[in-house]
Design a protein around this ligand. Structure first.
Ligand code: NDP
Length: 289
């Protein structure tokens, strides 16, 4: 039997609508709109598309978009000074730096300069540490969006054997921590992992974020497993495919995410969710940030 499709587009639309309604309630109660600052340095075309999409999503959710586009020759000190200014601005609740940045910019120093309470990407070491010690505040958007999708299956994660393929700071590692915090038993795989097919084959849940088109073969999937494909790859013929061989995997899985229309839409929706939390719900200071 074919897998049920985890429709990220629909789940993200529902989440965005609930955020918009919450913003309306907060504004009616006299609170300000959430303000999100996306900092883009340079003119990377893919980044420009991402930033434009975030801008549109902000407007639709009723947020103030206070993004800053800086020329490629902007210095490290100038970016740090901008972050200091945004950190001090009470109307700015979320700050993210669109990656990649030009080579002369050190992204780690920039990320560490962001006030952890405004770090809505969840990349600041403080927030990574909170997640690693089971006290999360700001969770990275893509893996947290995956958790929201998983909650829609109605399947409990406790005790599941989960395999995460890919171990980057923005996808695999925070996904490991999110799943571990829900008491799944998690194996994480990367480019040095031996016997990847065997590891995937024992998983009740597979999350793949590698960046290699269809590298996880459908026949590796354990019958009945949940398959989450974070990968987005553009082929030469223009098609978008994930990191999982979807057509074969969907005949074995119980639930599967499509590409496009799976995890992708959840990332921006979760960014809005984090920014709303930062604006209204989160007393980060009392937690000694
Ligand atoms: P990175 O290149 O930063 O990380 C890739 C990871 O895959 C690394 O941990 C790497 O291992 C691992 N890897 C590489 N080759 C293999 C292999 N043969 N077997 C097992 N693991 C391997 O990529 P990202 O995490 O940034 O992105 C991964 C994918 O997810 C991309 O397709 C990207 O476009 C997509 N993405 C989608 C998002 C969304 O919103 N849907 C958001 C972010 C990313 P090692 O650590 O050893 O190098």
């Amino acid at each position: 039997m074919s897998a049920q499709i985890l429709d990220g587009k629909a789940i993200a639309a529902e989440l965005r609508e609930s955020i918009r309604q919450e913003v309306d309630r907060q504004v009616a109660a006299g609170n300000s709109r959430p303000g999100l600052a996306v900092i883009l340095v340079g003119e990377d075309p893919a980044s420009q598309v991402y930033v434009r999409n975030k801008k549109i999503a902000c407007e639709k959710a009723g947020f103030n978009d206070v993004s800053e586009v800086l020329p490629a020759e902007t210095t490290q000190e100038e970016v740090l000074a901008l972050i200091d200014k945004l950190n001090a601005d009470p109307e700015v609740h979320g700050i993210i730096v669109q990656l990649p940045v030009p080579d002369h910019i050190d992204p780690e120093e920039i990320i560490e300069r962001i006030d952890p309470c405004k770090d809505v990407d969840g990349f600041h070491p403080y927030n990574v540490g909170r997640m690693a010690t089971r006290m999360p505040i700001m969770a990275p958007c893509t893996p947290h969006g995956v958790m929201t999708m998983l909650s829609k299956t109605g399947i409990g994660l406790r005790g599941l054997d989960a395999v995460v393929v890919g171990a980057s700071n923005i996808v695999g590692v925070p996904q490991l921590l999110e799943l571990l915090n829900e008491r799944a038993t998690v194996t994480i795989c990367h480019s040095a992992t031996k016997n990847l097919p065997e590891k995937v084959a024992q998983a009740d849940l597979v999350v793949v974020g590698v960046g290699i088109p269809e590298m996880v073969k459908g026949e590796w999937i354990k019958p009945g497993a949940i398959v989450i494909d974070v990968g987005i790859n553009r082929l030469e013929d223009g098609r978008l495919v994930g990191d999982v061989e979807f057509e074969v995997a969907k005949e074995r899985a119980s639930w599967i995410t499509p590409v496009p229309g799976g995890v992708g839409p959840m990332t921006i929706a979760t960014l809005l969710e984090n920014t709303m939390k930062a604006a209204y719900k989160l007393d980060c200071k009392s937690k000694k940030a």
